[in-house]
Design a protein around this ligand. Structure first.
Ligand SMILES: [Zn+2]
Length: 103
């Protein structure tokens, strides 16, 4: 699969990171009920057909919205997100676990 980055042109899919549906952009409020956060963080649709997904182009660090069809694999459009998605609130993002080194 190839995606056309608005800044870089046609590129191989391996240069991109897939972030799933654009539902990621509709983040609950910080004080939203736990059920809303659970749905936001863990529940995903798996549609067959037209989708609008978030992708990140690693070389140019651009966030992209890609309209594509999961059945035909046709890519209909790629647009840069401006502004890019806001980072996740610190309360919703667990700190990375540190690994202890064995001596
Ligand atoms: Zn790019």
């Amino acid at each position: 699969m190839r995606l056309t980055c608005p800044l870089c042109g046609p590129r191989d899919r391996r240069e991109f990171t897939y972030y799933g549906s654009d539902d990621y952009l509709r983040r609950p409020a910080l004080d939203a009920p736990a059920e809303d956060w659970d749905a936001y963080l863990h529940l995903r649709d798996n549609p067959a057909g037209p989708t609008r997904d978030l992708w990140y182009h690693d070389p140019c660090q651009s966030w992209l919205a890609v309209r594509r069809d999961t059945v035909t694999h046709a890519v209909h459009s790629v647009e840069a997100l401006d502004p890019p998605p806001a980072p996740a609130p610190a309360a919703a993002t667990p700190a990375p676990k540190r690994r202890r080194r064995s001596a």
